[in-house]
Design a protein around this ligand. Sequence first.
Ligand code: HEC
Length: 193
Amino acid sequence: MRYSFRVLLPVLVLAAPVAALAAERAFPGVGTPMTEAEVKAYDRIIGPEGKELPVGRGIAKEGEAIYIKRCEVCHGVNGENGIVRRLVIGKPGQPFRGNYYEGEQDRMNGPSYYPYPTIAWDYINRAMPVPAPGSLTPNEVYALVAFLYYRNGIIKETDVMDEKTLPKVEMPNRNGFVPAKPVYPPEKKPSWF
Ligand code: HEC
């Protein structure tokens, strides 16, 4: 065992550059540092306070038109009963405040569930529509969020969503989460209870 390792080690050391060269041939560009522009393209996470939101605006009516063209095929008419995730579980003027995990768990998700209003913006901007993520303009994302929040009963049909109004939207499930950091001494009646 000892002997074979002694032989193997120099072989491995000598083989390493050859292996690296082969990898470079097979996967050109491996190990190339990212350019400033490439890093920027990934650096677009929007936090709960919405400080990183770009300037823009949109209302539900505009969002509806975009939704029909780019989202309805998967998420269904008005975000209900599509082939994938349901996006609407409340009604205009009547936000859903029930138990999110009752019944079909997967169907009870969607923007109504999110604790912060900026999450839908961040998610849609980054991940939707599935065939072309990142292809929506900031105005389109504001309009889509306005449409989904209106259908979920969270905002009014005429409410403008922009970088200032969106972070202030009150989400129906804001206090439905256990805080990430435990508080001590514990609250008598926790806000999330
Ligand atoms: C090709 C199908 C497809 C299209 C088109 C599509 N989505 Fe989705 N969407 C999905 C799938 C699949 C998921 C679930 C992804 C997962 O769970 O990882 C999802 C998830 C979502 C969620 C998260 C739901 C949740 O439960 O938290 C939102 C919000 C959303 N989509 C919005 C949109 C919007 C807005 C559009 C149009 C711009 C769109 N989607 C277009 C397939 C699609």
